[in-house]
Write a protein that binds this ligand. Structure first.
Ligand SMILES: Nc1ncnc2c1ncn2[C@@H]1O[C@H](COP(=O)(O)OP(=O)(O)OP(=O)(O)O)[C@@H](O)[C@H]1O
Length: 290
């Protein structure tokens, strides 16, 4: 992707990287960019190492509120590790994360009431029915019973799960599990929704249903942050993207800026992550058994 220098210089710049000791209290309150735009997620100097492996190498990110944001990157880029740290599921080695002005590690309750999370490898209470799972989640969130009933009924209906609401979760298909997980993540009306590979293993019909719910959520002012490898999907859904490779953010900004002059986000992505285009070269023995 080649972008004229003057265009590149027009892009808003992040503050220079400053390492912040993990867990250090930061000022609470509304979070805005230099030009007053609300920020949903602010990440500074975030690091995570697993032994010798650096999964996330000191990333800085500022995700604007009210956008449909895609976090993309090849396998092992660090997307899940980043989302896990951002949502308070994994302790960073270093750095800070603030969500709508609240620090994830010094104000976990403030953050958890404002976010919904659909993590990778979602674990659900398998011996509850879908309906019971939502009732339980709602009560855990401190919502009154009547309100939980109303919201659960509507979410089950919109997500096309009404007919299966009394089935045990253990008997749900992959797509149904994603949908009930999404319903549980939305029940308390969060401001920011984090989804790790929400469309993986989901058929086109369920994908369309999930997509409709997420679009409705952003239209009403919510922020969606989701990770995916599927560039066409990211390109059709997102208006803002962050590209990760080898634990670093290699590009971020409005979709059109990140795509630049490339014909598609896929092409921009391949050149950004320096993809190996060897394809099947070298497999000279592979001949379909002939
Ligand atoms: N618990 C762990 N222990 C050791 N290494 C880990 C652990 N979790 C992640 N890693 C390593 O950190 C790197 C980033 O992994 P991560 O799962 O965050 O990537 P990803 O971008 O989500 O990949 P994928 O798209 O394949 O899910 C990888 O090299 C992975 O092997």
């Amino acid at each position: 992707m080649s972008e004229p220098r003057e265009e590149r210089e027009k892009r808003p710049r992040l503050e220079p990287y400053r390492p912040v000791p993990y867990g250090k209290a930061v000022e609470e309150g509304p979070d805005t960019t230099g030009d007053g735009q609300p920020v949903a997620v602010r990440v500074r100097g975030l690091w995570k190492r697993f032994g010798e492996q650096t999964a996330v190498a000191g990333i800085d990110l500022e995700l604007p509120a009210g956008r449909f944001i895609g976090l993309v990157g090849p396998n092992g880029a660090g997307k899940t590790t980043t989302l896990s740290m951002v949502t308070g599921l994994l302790r960073p080695d270093d750095g800070i994360v603030r969500i709508v002005g609240h620090d994830v590690w010094t104000d976990p309750v403030g953050v958890k009431s404002r976010i919904g999370v659909l993590p990778e490898g979602l674990r659900l209470f398998e011996r509850l029915s879908g309906r019971e799972l939502l009732a339980y989640t709602g009560r855990l969130r401190g919502l009154p019973g009547e309100e939980v009933d109303k919201r659960a009924g509507q979410l089950l209906d919109v997500l096309d799960l009404s007919a299966s609401q009394h089935k045990l979760v253990v008997d749900y298909s992959t797509g149904m599990r994603k949908k009930i997980g999404l319903a549980a993540a939305l029940l308390h009306n969060p401001e920011v929704l984090f989804l790790d590979e929400p469309f993986e293993g989901v058929d086109p019909v369920s994908a369309q249903v999930i997509r409709g719910v997420l679009e409705r959520f952003t239209e009403s002012g919510g922020t969606v942050v989701f990770s995916s490898h599927v560039m066409e999907l990211v390109e059709s859904l997102c208006d803002w993207v962050a590209v990760m490779a080898a634990g670093r953010i290699v590009a971020h900004g409005p979709l059109a800026e990140v795509r630049g002059d490339a014909p598609s986000l896929q092409d921009a992505f391949l050149s950004l992550v320096g993809a190996d285009r060897r394809g099947g070269q070298g497999l000279d023995w592979l001949s379909g058994g002939k």
